[in-house]
Design a protein around this ligand. Structure first.
Ligand SMILES: [Zn+2]
Length: 436
Protein backbone atom coordinates (compact mmCIF):
# COMPACT_ATOMS: atom_id res chain seq x y z
CA UNK A 1 0.00 0.00 0.00
CA UNK A 2 1.40 3.37 -0.94
CA UNK A 3 2.28 6.02 1.60
CA UNK A 4 -0.49 8.25 0.35
CA UNK A 5 -3.07 5.50 0.55
CA UNK A 6 -1.91 4.61 4.02
CA UNK A 7 -2.41 8.14 5.22
CA UNK A 8 -5.80 8.22 3.53
CA UNK A 9 -6.67 4.91 5.18
CA UNK A 10 -5.97 6.45 8.57
CA UNK A 11 -8.08 9.47 7.70
CA UNK A 12 -10.93 7.33 6.45
CA UNK A 13 -10.82 5.07 9.47
CA UNK A 14 -11.45 8.16 11.58
CA UNK A 15 -14.32 9.18 9.32
CA UNK A 16 -15.68 5.64 9.44
CA UNK A 17 -15.82 5.66 13.22
CA UNK A 18 -17.60 9.01 13.10
CA UNK A 19 -20.16 7.70 10.64
CA UNK A 20 -20.62 4.21 12.08
CA UNK A 21 -24.03 5.06 13.48
CA UNK A 22 -25.44 5.14 9.96
CA UNK A 23 -24.03 1.74 9.18
CA UNK A 24 -25.86 -1.51 9.71
CA UNK A 25 -23.33 -4.15 10.75
CA UNK A 26 -23.39 -7.25 8.63
CA UNK A 27 -23.64 -10.42 10.73
CA UNK A 28 -22.89 -13.08 8.16
CA UNK A 29 -23.96 -16.69 8.17
CA UNK A 30 -23.45 -19.56 10.57
CA UNK A 31 -20.02 -21.01 9.87
CA UNK A 32 -17.82 -23.33 11.93
CA UNK A 33 -14.54 -21.58 12.65
CA UNK A 34 -11.78 -24.13 13.26
CA UNK A 35 -10.20 -23.41 16.64
CA UNK A 36 -6.69 -24.34 15.55
CA UNK A 37 -4.46 -24.83 12.54
CA UNK A 38 -0.91 -25.86 11.79
CA UNK A 39 0.11 -22.72 9.94
CA UNK A 40 3.66 -21.46 9.62
CA UNK A 41 4.95 -18.08 10.77
CA UNK A 42 6.00 -16.50 7.47
CA UNK A 43 4.84 -13.05 6.41
CA UNK A 44 1.83 -13.59 4.10
CA UNK A 45 2.72 -11.54 1.05
CA UNK A 46 -0.53 -11.62 -0.88
CA UNK A 47 -2.61 -10.70 2.19
CA UNK A 48 -0.90 -7.30 2.16
CA UNK A 49 -1.99 -6.07 -1.26
CA UNK A 50 -5.46 -4.62 -0.69
CA UNK A 51 -6.37 -1.42 -2.50
CA UNK A 52 -9.48 -0.87 -0.35
CA UNK A 53 -9.74 0.87 2.99
CA UNK A 54 -12.62 -1.28 4.18
CA UNK A 55 -10.77 -4.60 3.96
CA UNK A 56 -7.21 -3.53 4.58
CA UNK A 57 -6.13 -6.11 7.14
CA UNK A 58 -6.33 -9.80 6.18
CA UNK A 59 -4.80 -12.98 7.60
CA UNK A 60 -4.87 -16.39 5.97
CA UNK A 61 -5.11 -19.72 7.79
CA UNK A 62 -5.48 -23.31 6.56
CA UNK A 63 -9.25 -23.02 6.74
CA UNK A 64 -9.92 -19.50 5.55
CA UNK A 65 -9.34 -15.78 5.75
CA UNK A 66 -9.78 -13.38 8.64
CA UNK A 67 -10.49 -9.77 7.81
CA UNK A 68 -11.75 -6.71 9.56
CA UNK A 69 -14.62 -4.53 8.42
CA UNK A 70 -15.01 -0.84 9.17
CA UNK A 71 -11.86 -0.97 11.26
CA UNK A 72 -13.87 -2.61 14.03
CA UNK A 73 -15.17 -6.16 13.76
CA UNK A 74 -13.41 -9.35 12.75
CA UNK A 75 -14.91 -11.71 10.15
CA UNK A 76 -13.95 -15.16 8.91
CA UNK A 77 -14.45 -16.55 5.41
CA UNK A 78 -14.33 -20.31 4.89
CA UNK A 79 -12.09 -21.06 1.90
CA UNK A 80 -14.18 -23.97 0.65
CA UNK A 81 -17.73 -22.72 1.08
CA UNK A 82 -16.95 -18.97 0.79
CA UNK A 83 -19.35 -18.42 3.68
CA UNK A 84 -18.59 -15.47 5.92
CA UNK A 85 -19.32 -15.07 9.62
CA UNK A 86 -18.54 -12.61 12.38
CA UNK A 87 -15.86 -14.07 14.70
CA UNK A 88 -18.00 -14.19 17.84
CA UNK A 89 -19.80 -17.24 19.18
CA UNK A 90 -21.05 -15.61 22.37
CA UNK A 91 -24.70 -16.51 22.82
CA UNK A 92 -27.04 -13.50 22.77
CA UNK A 93 -24.20 -11.15 21.69
CA UNK A 94 -25.49 -8.26 19.58
CA UNK A 95 -21.95 -7.57 18.28
CA UNK A 96 -22.35 -3.91 19.12
CA UNK A 97 -19.71 -3.04 21.70
CA UNK A 98 -16.34 -3.95 23.14
CA UNK A 99 -17.73 -7.00 24.96
CA UNK A 100 -18.09 -8.71 21.58
CA UNK A 101 -15.32 -11.22 20.79
CA UNK A 102 -15.15 -9.91 17.23
CA UNK A 103 -14.62 -6.28 18.15
CA UNK A 104 -10.89 -5.78 17.78
CA UNK A 105 -10.48 -2.31 16.23
CA UNK A 106 -7.24 -3.64 14.80
CA UNK A 107 -4.80 -2.11 12.35
CA UNK A 108 -2.92 -5.17 11.13
CA UNK A 109 -3.88 -8.86 11.43
CA UNK A 110 -1.74 -11.94 10.96
CA UNK A 111 -1.79 -15.62 11.80
CA UNK A 112 1.25 -17.44 13.14
CA UNK A 113 1.22 -21.05 14.28
CA UNK A 114 -2.14 -21.75 15.86
CA UNK A 115 -2.93 -18.21 17.00
CA UNK A 116 -4.26 -15.05 15.48
CA UNK A 117 -2.60 -11.69 16.14
CA UNK A 118 -3.50 -8.08 15.55
CA UNK A 119 -2.28 -4.64 16.48
CA UNK A 120 -4.53 -2.10 18.12
CA UNK A 121 -4.21 1.16 20.03
CA UNK A 122 -6.74 1.47 22.78
CA UNK A 123 -7.56 2.85 26.18
CA UNK A 124 -8.63 0.38 28.83
CA UNK A 125 -10.94 1.18 31.75
CA UNK A 126 -9.03 0.43 34.95
CA UNK A 127 -10.31 1.44 38.40
CA UNK A 128 -12.73 3.93 36.90
CA UNK A 129 -10.12 5.61 34.70
CA UNK A 130 -9.16 5.09 31.08
CA UNK A 131 -5.50 4.13 30.68
CA UNK A 132 -3.97 4.72 27.24
CA UNK A 133 -1.60 1.88 26.31
CA UNK A 134 -0.83 3.06 22.78
CA UNK A 135 -0.14 0.56 20.01
CA UNK A 136 0.05 -3.06 21.20
CA UNK A 137 0.00 -6.60 19.80
CA UNK A 138 -2.94 -8.78 20.82
CA UNK A 139 -3.11 -12.55 20.57
CA UNK A 140 -6.24 -14.68 20.40
CA UNK A 141 -7.48 -18.14 19.53
CA UNK A 142 -8.79 -18.70 16.03
CA UNK A 143 -12.40 -18.50 17.24
CA UNK A 144 -11.90 -15.06 18.79
CA UNK A 145 -11.61 -16.26 22.40
CA UNK A 146 -8.80 -15.88 24.95
CA UNK A 147 -7.83 -12.47 23.67
CA UNK A 148 -4.97 -10.70 25.45
CA UNK A 149 -2.46 -7.91 24.84
CA UNK A 150 1.02 -9.45 24.70
CA UNK A 151 3.39 -6.61 23.87
CA UNK A 152 3.76 -2.87 23.46
CA UNK A 153 4.92 -1.35 20.19
CA UNK A 154 5.51 2.19 21.49
CA UNK A 155 8.35 3.16 23.83
CA UNK A 156 6.32 6.16 24.98
CA UNK A 157 2.55 6.23 24.48
CA UNK A 158 1.83 8.99 21.94
CA UNK A 159 5.59 9.60 21.90
CA UNK A 160 5.97 8.88 18.19
CA UNK A 161 5.40 12.13 16.31
CA UNK A 162 6.99 10.92 13.08
CA UNK A 163 5.23 7.78 11.85
CA UNK A 164 1.98 8.30 9.96
CA UNK A 165 0.50 4.84 10.29
CA UNK A 166 2.97 2.24 11.50
CA UNK A 167 2.05 -1.10 9.93
CA UNK A 168 4.15 -3.72 11.71
CA UNK A 169 4.71 -7.16 10.22
CA UNK A 170 5.57 -10.52 11.76
CA UNK A 171 8.01 -12.88 10.07
CA UNK A 172 9.27 -16.13 11.63
CA UNK A 173 8.58 -15.09 15.20
CA UNK A 174 9.98 -11.56 14.94
CA UNK A 175 7.87 -8.39 14.89
CA UNK A 176 9.22 -5.55 12.75
CA UNK A 177 7.81 -2.12 13.55
CA UNK A 178 8.66 1.54 13.05
CA UNK A 179 8.76 4.05 15.89
CA UNK A 180 9.68 7.71 15.41
CA UNK A 181 10.85 6.90 11.89
CA UNK A 182 13.27 4.21 13.10
CA UNK A 183 12.76 0.54 12.26
CA UNK A 184 12.96 -1.99 15.11
CA UNK A 185 12.81 -5.74 15.54
CA UNK A 186 11.53 -7.59 18.61
CA UNK A 187 10.56 -11.21 19.29
CA UNK A 188 6.81 -11.83 19.15
CA UNK A 189 5.59 -11.34 22.71
CA UNK A 190 8.80 -9.56 23.75
CA UNK A 191 9.27 -6.62 26.10
CA UNK A 192 9.90 -3.36 24.22
CA UNK A 193 12.22 -2.03 26.94
CA UNK A 194 14.45 -5.12 26.94
CA UNK A 195 14.02 -6.88 23.62
CA UNK A 196 13.61 -4.20 20.91
CA UNK A 197 16.63 -3.62 18.66
CA UNK A 198 16.98 -0.72 16.21
CA UNK A 199 17.59 -1.96 12.67
CA UNK A 200 17.78 1.27 10.75
CA UNK A 201 18.03 4.85 11.96
CA UNK A 202 20.46 6.88 14.02
CA UNK A 203 20.28 8.38 17.49
CA UNK A 204 19.75 12.13 17.57
CA UNK A 205 22.81 14.14 18.65
CA UNK A 206 20.60 16.44 20.74
CA UNK A 207 18.66 13.94 22.81
CA UNK A 208 20.35 10.60 22.33
CA UNK A 209 16.94 9.24 21.28
CA UNK A 210 16.53 7.37 18.08
CA UNK A 211 14.50 9.47 15.67
CA UNK A 212 14.38 9.71 11.90
CA UNK A 213 12.05 12.47 10.75
CA UNK A 214 12.81 11.76 7.09
CA UNK A 215 11.03 8.37 7.24
CA UNK A 216 7.38 8.93 8.19
CA UNK A 217 6.09 5.87 6.35
CA UNK A 218 7.42 2.37 5.98
CA UNK A 219 6.11 -0.49 3.89
CA UNK A 220 7.48 -3.70 5.36
CA UNK A 221 7.93 -7.02 3.58
CA UNK A 222 9.58 -10.40 3.95
CA UNK A 223 10.65 -12.94 1.35
CA UNK A 224 12.43 -16.10 2.48
CA UNK A 225 15.29 -15.21 4.82
CA UNK A 226 15.25 -11.52 3.94
CA UNK A 227 13.17 -8.71 5.40
CA UNK A 228 12.60 -5.65 3.21
CA UNK A 229 11.45 -2.13 3.90
CA UNK A 230 10.38 0.53 1.43
CA UNK A 231 10.81 4.10 2.65
CA UNK A 232 9.96 7.37 0.95
CA UNK A 233 13.15 9.44 1.27
CA UNK A 234 14.05 12.96 0.26
CA UNK A 235 16.34 13.25 -2.73
CA UNK A 236 19.01 15.91 -3.39
CA UNK A 237 16.57 18.10 -5.32
CA UNK A 238 14.07 18.04 -2.44
CA UNK A 239 11.60 15.63 -4.03
CA UNK A 240 10.67 12.29 -2.51
CA UNK A 241 11.46 8.85 -3.85
CA UNK A 242 10.70 5.35 -2.60
CA UNK A 243 13.87 3.45 -1.71
CA UNK A 244 13.99 -0.27 -0.91
CA UNK A 245 16.33 -1.74 1.72
CA UNK A 246 17.05 -5.40 2.50
CA UNK A 247 17.74 -6.58 6.04
CA UNK A 248 19.55 -9.84 6.70
CA UNK A 249 18.38 -11.06 10.16
CA UNK A 250 21.36 -13.45 10.48
CA UNK A 251 24.10 -10.93 9.71
CA UNK A 252 21.96 -8.04 11.06
CA UNK A 253 22.94 -5.96 8.05
CA UNK A 254 20.92 -3.41 6.08
CA UNK A 255 21.63 -2.70 2.44
CA UNK A 256 19.92 -0.48 -0.13
CA UNK A 257 18.83 -2.75 -2.98
CA UNK A 258 16.51 -0.71 -5.19
CA UNK A 259 14.88 2.65 -5.70
CA UNK A 260 11.93 3.81 -7.79
CA UNK A 261 13.24 3.90 -11.38
CA UNK A 262 13.53 7.05 -13.47
CA UNK A 263 11.23 7.64 -16.42
CA UNK A 264 14.23 7.32 -18.78
CA UNK A 265 14.33 3.68 -17.74
CA UNK A 266 10.66 2.68 -17.60
CA UNK A 267 8.69 5.54 -19.15
CA UNK A 268 6.20 7.82 -17.42
CA UNK A 269 3.46 6.74 -15.03
CA UNK A 270 1.04 8.46 -12.67
CA UNK A 271 3.47 9.07 -9.81
CA UNK A 272 6.56 9.19 -12.03
CA UNK A 273 9.78 9.11 -10.04
CA UNK A 274 8.11 8.98 -6.61
CA UNK A 275 6.54 5.60 -6.03
CA UNK A 276 5.30 2.65 -8.06
CA UNK A 277 1.58 1.87 -8.16
CA UNK A 278 1.91 -1.65 -6.72
CA UNK A 279 4.84 -3.94 -5.96
CA UNK A 280 5.62 -7.47 -4.80
CA UNK A 281 8.90 -9.12 -3.85
CA UNK A 282 9.35 -12.81 -4.58
CA UNK A 283 12.50 -14.96 -4.82
CA UNK A 284 14.81 -11.97 -4.72
CA UNK A 285 13.07 -9.94 -7.44
CA UNK A 286 10.73 -6.97 -7.17
CA UNK A 287 7.75 -7.04 -9.53
CA UNK A 288 6.07 -3.68 -10.04
CA UNK A 289 3.12 -2.29 -11.90
CA UNK A 290 3.02 1.33 -13.09
CA UNK A 291 -0.46 2.77 -13.63
CA UNK A 292 -0.12 4.83 -16.81
CA UNK A 293 2.81 2.59 -17.73
CA UNK A 294 3.56 -1.14 -17.78
CA UNK A 295 4.53 -4.24 -15.76
CA UNK A 296 8.21 -4.55 -14.79
CA UNK A 297 10.63 -6.61 -12.76
CA UNK A 298 14.03 -5.88 -11.24
CA UNK A 299 16.37 -8.63 -10.08
CA UNK A 300 17.52 -7.30 -6.70
CA UNK A 301 20.86 -9.11 -6.91
CA UNK A 302 21.97 -8.01 -10.37
CA UNK A 303 19.94 -4.78 -10.50
CA UNK A 304 18.74 -5.72 -13.99
CA UNK A 305 15.33 -4.26 -14.87
CA UNK A 306 13.13 -5.74 -17.60
CA UNK A 307 9.66 -5.07 -18.89
CA UNK A 308 7.43 -8.13 -18.44
CA UNK A 309 4.27 -7.00 -20.23
CA UNK A 310 2.89 -4.05 -22.18
CA UNK A 311 -0.12 -3.77 -19.88
CA UNK A 312 -0.97 -0.32 -21.32
CA UNK A 313 -2.20 -2.14 -24.43
CA UNK A 314 -5.04 -3.56 -22.27
CA UNK A 315 -5.63 -0.52 -20.06
CA UNK A 316 -3.69 2.71 -19.68
CA UNK A 317 -4.51 3.11 -15.98
CA UNK A 318 -5.36 0.56 -13.35
CA UNK A 319 -4.90 -0.79 -9.86
CA UNK A 320 -3.31 -4.13 -9.14
CA UNK A 321 -2.83 -6.93 -6.64
CA UNK A 322 -0.14 -9.59 -6.83
CA UNK A 323 0.15 -13.17 -5.64
CA UNK A 324 3.00 -15.67 -6.00
CA UNK A 325 1.39 -16.66 -9.31
CA UNK A 326 -0.39 -13.67 -10.79
CA UNK A 327 -0.60 -9.97 -11.45
CA UNK A 328 -4.32 -9.09 -11.34
CA UNK A 329 -5.01 -5.77 -12.97
CA UNK A 330 -8.28 -3.84 -12.83
CA UNK A 331 -8.98 -1.10 -15.35
CA UNK A 332 -10.15 1.57 -12.91
CA UNK A 333 -9.12 5.14 -13.64
CA UNK A 334 -7.69 7.95 -11.53
CA UNK A 335 -9.87 10.87 -10.62
CA UNK A 336 -9.00 13.93 -8.61
CA UNK A 337 -10.60 13.86 -5.22
CA UNK A 338 -12.99 16.45 -4.01
CA UNK A 339 -12.77 18.92 -1.16
CA UNK A 340 -11.08 17.93 2.04
CA UNK A 341 -9.64 14.65 0.83
CA UNK A 342 -7.86 16.33 -2.05
CA UNK A 343 -6.45 19.12 0.05
CA UNK A 344 -5.08 16.72 2.64
CA UNK A 345 -3.57 13.98 0.55
CA UNK A 346 -3.08 16.00 -2.63
CA UNK A 347 -3.54 12.87 -4.65
CA UNK A 348 -5.83 10.87 -6.82
CA UNK A 349 -8.50 8.30 -6.22
CA UNK A 350 -9.78 5.70 -8.63
CA UNK A 351 -13.25 5.15 -10.06
CA UNK A 352 -14.76 2.54 -12.37
CA UNK A 353 -13.14 -0.82 -12.96
CA UNK A 354 -15.20 -3.25 -15.03
CA UNK A 355 -12.56 -5.66 -16.37
CA UNK A 356 -9.83 -7.78 -14.84
CA UNK A 357 -6.66 -8.60 -16.79
CA UNK A 358 -4.74 -11.53 -15.41
CA UNK A 359 -1.02 -12.02 -16.11
CA UNK A 360 1.42 -14.61 -14.86
CA UNK A 361 4.48 -13.26 -13.08
CA UNK A 362 6.60 -14.03 -16.16
CA UNK A 363 4.47 -11.47 -18.01
CA UNK A 364 2.40 -13.90 -20.08
CA UNK A 365 -1.24 -12.90 -20.48
CA UNK A 366 -3.70 -15.40 -19.00
CA UNK A 367 -7.22 -14.09 -19.22
CA UNK A 368 -9.63 -11.17 -19.36
CA UNK A 369 -12.58 -11.32 -16.96
CA UNK A 370 -15.57 -9.01 -17.38
CA UNK A 371 -17.11 -7.57 -14.22
CA UNK A 372 -20.23 -6.50 -16.09
CA UNK A 373 -22.39 -8.99 -14.10
CA UNK A 374 -21.47 -7.02 -10.97
CA UNK A 375 -22.60 -3.72 -12.50
CA UNK A 376 -25.78 -5.38 -13.81
CA UNK A 377 -26.73 -6.55 -10.33
CA UNK A 378 -26.06 -3.34 -8.36
CA UNK A 379 -27.83 -0.04 -9.06
CA UNK A 380 -25.56 2.99 -9.10
CA UNK A 381 -22.32 1.05 -8.84
CA UNK A 382 -19.37 3.25 -9.77
CA UNK A 383 -16.30 1.53 -8.47
CA UNK A 384 -14.76 -1.87 -7.79
CA UNK A 385 -11.66 -2.21 -5.60
CA UNK A 386 -9.19 -5.10 -5.51
CA UNK A 387 -8.66 -6.86 -2.19
CA UNK A 388 -6.33 -9.78 -2.91
CA UNK A 389 -5.54 -12.77 -5.07
CA UNK A 390 -5.03 -16.23 -3.61
CA UNK A 391 -4.79 -19.47 -5.58
CA UNK A 392 -7.07 -19.10 -8.60
CA UNK A 393 -9.30 -16.49 -7.03
CA UNK A 394 -9.34 -12.70 -7.12
CA UNK A 395 -11.36 -10.92 -4.42
CA UNK A 396 -12.74 -7.42 -4.84
CA UNK A 397 -15.23 -5.03 -3.26
CA UNK A 398 -18.06 -3.44 -5.24
CA UNK A 399 -18.68 -0.04 -3.69
CA UNK A 400 -22.01 1.68 -4.37
CA UNK A 401 -21.88 3.83 -1.23
CA UNK A 402 -23.18 7.38 -1.49
CA UNK A 403 -22.75 10.51 0.54
CA UNK A 404 -26.16 11.53 1.83
CA UNK A 405 -27.95 13.81 4.24
CA UNK A 406 -28.49 12.34 7.67
CA UNK A 407 -31.30 13.22 10.04
CA UNK A 408 -29.18 15.61 12.07
CA UNK A 409 -28.19 17.47 8.92
CA UNK A 410 -24.63 16.17 8.90
CA UNK A 411 -23.48 14.54 5.69
CA UNK A 412 -22.92 10.84 6.28
CA UNK A 413 -22.02 7.96 4.07
CA UNK A 414 -24.78 5.51 3.16
CA UNK A 415 -22.90 2.27 2.89
CA UNK A 416 -23.52 -0.23 0.13
CA UNK A 417 -20.59 -2.59 -0.25
CA UNK A 418 -20.38 -6.20 -1.32
CA UNK A 419 -17.46 -8.61 -1.47
CA UNK A 420 -17.01 -10.55 -4.72
CA UNK A 421 -14.80 -13.26 -6.10
CA UNK A 422 -13.62 -13.89 -9.66
CA UNK A 423 -12.29 -17.33 -10.56
CA UNK A 424 -9.26 -17.14 -12.85
CA UNK A 425 -9.78 -20.64 -14.27
CA UNK A 426 -13.49 -20.44 -15.05
CA UNK A 427 -13.86 -16.67 -15.41
CA UNK A 428 -16.92 -16.90 -13.18
CA UNK A 429 -17.78 -13.90 -11.00
CA UNK A 430 -19.81 -14.40 -7.82
CA UNK A 431 -21.01 -12.34 -4.87
CA UNK A 432 -19.80 -13.60 -1.50
CA UNK A 433 -20.96 -11.24 1.19
CA UNK A 434 -22.89 -8.04 1.74
CA UNK A 435 -20.52 -6.02 3.90
CA UNK A 436 -22.67 -3.02 4.71
ZN1 LIG B 1 -20.37 -10.58 19.37
Amino acid sequence: MSTKKRFLALLLSILLVLSLTSCEMARGETVDIPASQTGDTDFQKNMHQSTTYEIDAIAETDAGYYFELDGSYLYFMDKETKKVTIVCNKPECQHEDSTCNARIAGEVIWSAGDKLYYTCRNSVLENGQYVDYGLRVYRMDMDGTNREAIQKLQFVVRGDTVSWTPHPIQHRGIVYFPYSGVLYRMPLGGDIEKDAEAIWGEASEDTGMYINTSAPAYSLWADGDTVYFMVGLETKDGTRKDVLFAYDPEAKKVEQVWETPDKEEVGEWITTGVEVSQWYILNGSIYFYLSGGDFWKTDLTTGKTEKLADTHEKTKYGSAVFSDDYLCLMNDTPEEMDGMQYSIVGGMDYIGGDTLYIYKLDGSFVKEISLQPVYDSIDGLEHCMLVMCDGNEVYFVADASKWGQRVDGVAGKIWDQTLWCANIETGEVSQIFRMA
